[in-house]
Write a new protein. Structure first.
Lengths: 1131, 203
């Protein structure tokens, strides 16, 4: 009532002496800013929270400038227009899909190409990518900073004539000059024509990040020298899958699992394929799944896990076998699955091996019955010694945690997903046995290949990048006419490791310099290369990432061991410093690759693309030289003379290695559509995708947007960047053999149906196109099923072939030494850092193989923001108890001395910073081996050498709506006289200026030292200044750990060939003059360590050997002729 | 017509007082305008204002109180009261901004010196502009526009100002250390509640 009364009072407001309009502040404006908003499509609040516009707007999408939201957005300033020049900027984007290449996962990316400047304003995810679902990790968004890195290599570099490798003297050259020199050298080598000539040119890749293209390149030359980094990464992770199921690795169904059982921090916060896996793990946990992380170090994953177990490195098998024993004793075996798919019948029929098990004391007597129940009874006896007490003592995990793990394991039923990659496997000798044990364990519960379980890589992977053959004159559809390779390269597949998974790449410098080894095998009848004509790494940095880095430097500098070297690399690296040529190929948004990974139980592929080229082509630009379109596009867009691998190889093989066709290589890469010319990207990928992915082909051919395109399938992939060929791929072994038109199909291979036969064990065989009889399936309950691709078509829980033909009978079943005597006998599967070897008070097991989630080996130092967030993140983690005992405090410099437990030799030491923490198991240390990048010079001045940059790439402004710009294209790119002027380039370039400090190294063939002398500093970036406005803001010195890899000796696992990364180390206080980052290496000793591991542990080929390697197991990259496997070793 | 002029003037006066510190010209009006003095009885009787210069009153008394009431201890923004997390929405997701935009009003932040458009001074000034628009419509005998403008005012009061301003104003009344701001809070509270009654009856 009071207020109603008071209203009358307020009428007096009319009597104010000053009118309200004059009193009011006048804060509203109805002006150009408001009009500009009204005239635009933009609203103050977004209509949708989606990051991405619908696909039909990707070619032409307008978006407000993000940074202007700091000023309050259009609510305050309106939209920029002629009338409202201070409004928020509107970008005209073309959104081009590609795929990340900073790790192996191939998450989808979209490049947001600014049409007004032909630059990439940002990289986002690709919402059409089935695995990454529009999301990326820090490394994905970093692609932009890498693209516009002021230090990126602007044109092909050549070691200055007259200088030695590693002197750091470079000149600019042309792509043509480099390809002429390389092509001649390779062509001349191949023209010799003998088997050795097929081993002397070697390719070496870190992450291939593509499926099959470069392998096809080397296969088409008949060369067995495709070398990968597998054995410093994952050999021990792959070996158990190969033994168990003859597949390359597990492929877990994280999203549907109840128990996420991680063997490390991998999958959830680093490594394979963590960004995608982490999302799926989060989905599963939302549904109630539990996360168990086993890791001696408290990783990010362990920190959020439902259960963190910190086992002593390499003792994990004991845990798995303890769980197996409990399951067997508690009668909780999934009998239906085990009876159907374990190869128990093979074992129970193998009396010899059963006797052997008795002899080894695995069991007390040969079982009386040979039926399934007798098998289970035998397993119960075999695993009975893995008691709770034993496991607690061996692993150092408290009993209550082991009990908890068992509860969770049983609770999860058959929905258990696990991964056996890096960590345990990569760090430890015999790490592969941990994988074998956990697969056996998962199998006991039926958690193999099912929904929520652990499936297989080849069920979920797509590999068609090398199958564009129908676009060429010579290769035939999907490459069927490419001859198989008829030689065996001992440098990559040495006779000591016939089961290696895969190439013994980290031993390359040792094998090239080990003349005794070479002579030994030459005398025994093998044609062992003693040098390489050409060594061609791709972006790979073996000097820094491999063990025994100084030996790599020695070999790279030796022109008699490596006659010509080139690295296809967009960035500087330790290795590049010692190369003859550094040829800049593109990063994630600058190259073509078909790339698929098994990140989920589905078959998807991504398509990596040079986004600026695609933007130009979609705007109507045509290259002058269709075979160098990517190079032309990159020059036109101002990136420099940056090319891509696909076009490089097409042309190198066609026009430079075999210009006259005499090697039968030229036609392999000759365009069917344009005879006489190399095949083009669109031709190749249209065939590669269209010929090999039937669902994709059908989809494209029913999509009227594409049916009229010259290259419909290529165009579809160009626009989408990703494709899902098959979803929900489970239990592939249960699929029945398809019989149609006289052919029977198993795992996408066809056989003559009439030739099918079934043996007594139910194994179905049939004859392939070449007349060879192959095992193709198994008959169970009257049905003809594909089964697994093992010799028994079942899960090889008992790996008979490993026991019989390949000399490792004691490891044919999952096993772990049960006492000290067995630790001596089973040394091959006992970790070289087991506590058994820790005799000294200051001895520790050093855990090296964890990744920092924002770094990726060599591929991060060109990104300012990745470097900034990873500074000083790689100290020595030491338990507080141990630190106290030894008197180390946080920040102390300590000497970490590496000692080999096979030879007893010392390798040297590195100096690192101590960080005492409760997050590491006492007795163990943690220090990632991804630290310690170095360079020898801050800058390098590159004079114009054989060439001079004179050609202006174009005159019209870089604007995709400018017709003159689209008409222009640089002429003669890559050729003499076509060298373009590089934007804002003065002739001097920095070297990884954001992340790598300067060091001095000393080496004399026996000992090596490295000391950092200068940290990094802020600087004014000349190139790409718009993207590097904050280059002066560098607060860190760049020292991110020690180059411990150089101190590490090579430790080849006797079975898998894995370099076992962990070390036994002795800790000592730093000495006078020591600085964090210093290293000292006795690499003469390291050579002896490699020899000791080889000679004391391996079981190689001998005069009884008939085969180099089992034919049925995977040998990647090139297709080998069966004759290449044959061997005759002289006595 | 008197009513709309009065409402417009009062919204203008209150918005100005609550938006920013007083300047001397406005203080001069507040010192001498009899209507204001009638609205603000405690201020009218306050001895201090009669003994000091306008500059001294502003700097020594009024500004410290204003800073306390609108910056330091109280938060005169709608979203602070309406969001469960008590965060001021300074970006494009502020529903008040949308309301303004719907009528082509855009806040000039250089003039307003506030962090968000849902400041009590801005909302009151918006009401003043609606009243002015109504007055013009009445002058032009545009009954339809008048009706619509009354609806808009009623809607803005009910969806925004009344949802939170009373709480702020009650707080302000208790926090105020000078009669001017005490009276301004009391008057504003009475006025917007009463104005809502007026509008409710009118439509």
């Amino acid at each position: 009532m009071m207020y109603l009364e008071s209203r009358r009072t307020f009428l007096k407001g009319t009597a104010l002496t000053v009118a309200g309009a004059a009193i009011a502040k006048g804060v509203f404006s109805i002006d150009a800013a408001a009009e500009s908003v009204k005239a635009s499509k933009f609203t103050n609040t977004p209509d949708t929270l989606s990051f991405y516009p619908p696909l039909d707007q990707w070619d032409n999408f307008q978006e407000l400038d993000g940074t202007d939201w700091k000023r309050g957005g259009i609510g305050r300033h309106g939209v920029r227009s002629e009338e409202n020049p201070d409004g928020i900027l509107v970008h005209d984007f073309m959104v081009i899909p590609t795929a990340c290449s900073n790790c192996e996962a191939s998450c989808g990316l979209t490049a947001w190409v600014d049409k007004k400047t032909l630059t990439v304003r940002k990289y986002m995810g690709n919402p059409l990518h089935p695995g990454s679902r529009g999301r990326n990790c820090a490394k994905g968004y970093a692609v932009q900073s890498q693209m516009y890195d002021p230090d990126r290599i602007p044109f092909p570099l050549k070691r200055a004539p007259g200088s030695k490798r590693g002197e750091g003297k470079w000149i600019r050259t042309t792509w043509d000059e480099a390809m002429t020199t390389i092509g001649k050298k390779m062509g001349d080598t191949l023209r010799v024509g003998d088997p050795l000539s097929r081993k002397l040119c070697m390719y070496h890749v870190g992450r291939p990040n593509e499926n099959g293209f470069v392998p096809k390149v080397w296969e088409s030359m008949g060369i067995d020298s495709y070398n990968s980094h597998t054995n410093i990464c994952s050999a021990n992770g792959r070996t158990p899958s190969i033994h168990f199921v003859n597949d390359d690795r597990t492929s877990p169904d994280w999203a549907n699992a109840k128990l996420i059982f991680l063997n490390s921090s991998h999958a959830a916060d680093a490594g394979h394929y963590f960004q995608q896996a982490a999302g799926m793990i989060a989905d599963a946990r939302k549904k109630g799944a539990k996360l168990v992380v086993m890791d001696p170090r408290l990783s990010n994953s362990a920190g959020i896990a439902d259960l963190w177990l910190a086992p002593w490195p390499g003792t994990e098998s004991a845990i798995y076998l303890y769980l197996a024993s409990r399951i067997l004793n508690d009668n909780l075996v999934n009998k239906a699955f085990v009876k159907r798919w374990f190869n128990w019948d093979t074992l129970m029929k193998d009396t010899d091996y059963l006797n052997y098990m008795v002899e080894k004391n695995y069991i007390s007597k040969v079982p009386e019955g040979r039926d399934f129940e007798s098998y289970l009874g035998m397993l119960k006896e075999m695993y009975a010694p893995y008691t709770l007490e034993f496991t607690e003592k061996e692993t150092h995990i408290p009993a209550y945690k082991l009990e908890k793990l068992y509860e969770m394991f049983i609770w999860a039923g058959d929905a258990i997903s696990t991964y056996i990659w890096r960590a345990t496997a990569a760090g430890n000798r015999g790490g592969w046995m941990a994988g074998k044990s956990v697969l056996f364990l998962a199998g006991l519960r039926g958690a193999i290949g099912n929904v929520g379980g652990t499936g297989w890589y080849h069920w979920h992977d797509i590999s068609v990048g090398g199958k564009g053959g129908s676009s060429t004159v010579g290769q035939g559809k999907s490459g069927k006419d490419v001859p198989s390779v008829k030689v065996w390269n001992e440098l990559t597949w040495p006779p000591e490791w016939p089961l290696s998974t895969y190439e013994m790449s980290f031993l390359l410098p040792h094998l090239l310099t080990d003349t005794e080894w070479q002579k030994k095998w030459i005398a025994r009848g093998l044609q062992v290369p003693t040098k390489l004509s050409v060594y061609a790494p791709r972006m790979y940095n073996p000097v820094w990432i491999n063990p025994d880095g100084f030996r790599w430097i020695e070999v790279l500098k030796d022109e008699s061991k490596m006659e010509l070297t080139f690295n296809l690399s967009p960035v500087w690296s330790e290795t590049n410093w010692y190369m003859d040529y550094v040829l800049p190929v593109g990063l994630a948004g600058e190259r073509h690759d078909q790339h698929s990974e098994a990140t989920m139980p589905a078959r998807w592929t991504s398509f990596r693309q040079p986004v600026l080229r695609v933007a130009l082509e979609k705007s109507g630009w045509k290259p002058k030289n269709p075979n160098r379109a990517t190079l032309e596009a990159h020059i036109k867009a101002g990136l420099g003379e940056v090319w891509e691998e696909n076009e490089f190889w097409f042309e190198l093989l066609h026009s430079f290695i075999d210009p006259d066709g005499s090697l039968n290589i030229r036609t392999m890469w000759e365009s069917k559509r344009h005879p006489g010319k190399p095949v083009t990207i669109a031709e190749w990928y249209d065939a590669a995708f269209g010929d090999n992915l039937p669902k994709l082909y059908e989809t494209v051919m029913n999509d009227e947007r594409y049916t009229k395109e010259e290259f419909p399938v290529y165009s579809y992939m160009r626009d989408h960047g990703a494709w899902l060929e098959e979803d929900k791929v489970y239990d592939v072994q249960e699929r029945e053999l398809k019989i149609e038109e006289g052919k029977v199909e198993s795992y996408e291979h066809k056989y003559d149906a009439a030739s099918m036969s079934v043996d007594g064990a139910g194994i179905i065989s049939a004859v392939d196109e070449k007349g060879n009889s192959k095992k193709i399936g198994i008959q169970i309950d009257g049905k003809k099923l594909q089964g697994y691709t093992t010799p028994t078509r079942k899960l090889d829980v008992y790996t008979q072939w490993v026991a019989k033909e390949w000399k490792w009978p004691e490891y044919a079943m999952a096993i772990y030494p049960r006492n000290d005597k067995e630790k001596e006998e089973m040394v091959h599967i006992l970790s070289h850092v087991n506590h058994y070897y820790m005799k000294e008070e200051n001895s520790f097991a050093l855990n090296t193989v964890f990744r920092l989630p924002y770094n990726i080996h060599t591929r991060s130092a060109n990104s300012k923001h990745l470097m900034e967030i990873s500074q000083n993140h790689d100290p020595i983690w030491i338990s507080t108890k141990d630190a106290q005992r030894l008197g180390f405090k946080r920040g102390d410099a300590i000497r970490v001395k590496i000692v080999d437990t096979v030879s007893g030799l010392e390798s040297g030491h590195f100096v690192a910073m101590a960080v005492p923490t409760e997050g590491v198991l006492p007795g163990t240390l943690a220090c990632s081996h991804h630290g310690g990048r170095w360079k020898l010079s801050n800058h390098v001045t590159i004079p114009n050498g054989v060439t001079d940059g004179k050609v202006v790439p174009g005159v019209a402004p870089r604007d995709l709506s400018n017709k003159e710009f689209l008409k222009e294209s640089p002429a003669n790119v890559g050729k003499e006289g076509g060298q373009s002027i590089i934007d804002d380039y003065s002739g001097t370039t920095g070297i990884n200026s954001f992340g790598v400090p300067v060091a001095e190294i000393q080496m004399d063939g026996k000992e090596g030292k490295l000391k950092y002398v200068e940290g990094i500093k802020g600087f004014k970036a000349e190139r790409f200044p718009e993207y590097n406005r904050d280059s002066e803001n560098v607060w860190w010195d760049g020292l991110s750990g020690s180059w411990q890899n150089a101190v590490a000796a090579a430790h080849p696992d006797p079975v898998s060939g894995m370099h076992c990364w962990h070390h036994k180390v002795l800790l000592e206080p730093a000495q006078a003059g020591d600085k964090i980052g210093d290293i000292y290496v006795n690499y003469e000793n390291n050579f002896k360590v490699y020899q000791a591991w080889r000679d004391k542990l391996s079981r190689g080929l001998d005069s009884n050997s008939k085969l180099r390697r089992p034919k049925h197991i995977f040998r990647p990259w090139v297709k080998l002729d069966p004759s290449a496997y044959d061997v005759n070793i002289k006595g | 017509m008197d009513e709309i002029i009065a409402r417009s003037n009062i919204y203008a006066l209150l918005s100005r007082i609550l938006l920013q510190e007083l300047d001397e010209a406005l203080l001069e009006t507040l010192q001498n305008d009899p209507t204001v003095l009638e609205f603000f009885p405690h201020w009218s009787e306050w001895e201090v204002r009669k003994k000091h210069s306008n500059k001294e009153i502003i700097e020594g008394h009024l500004n410290p109180d204003f800073v306390n009431l609108s910056i330091l201890h109280l938060v005169p923004y709608e979203t602070f009261y309406t969001r469960s997390d008590q965060m001021i929405e300074t970006g494009g997701a502020n529903p008040v901004t949308d309301f303004y935009s719907a009528y082509d009003f855009l806040v000039d932040y250089e003039v307003a010196r506030v962090v968000s458009s849902d400041h009590i001074g801005i909302e009151l000034e918006f009401m003043h502009h609606l009243c002015e628009a109504q007055r013009k419509a009445m002058e032009l005998n545009d009954d339809e526009a008048v009706k619509e403008l009354k609806n808009v005012q009623h809607r803005f009061l009910n969806t925004h100002l009344l949802k939170w301003a009373p709480m702020y104003l009650i707080n302000m009344k208790y926090e105020a250390r000078t009669p001017l701001y005490y009276d301004a809070a009391e008057t504003a509270l009475e006025f917007i509640l009463g104005d809502n009654e007026t509008l409710s009856q009118a439509i």
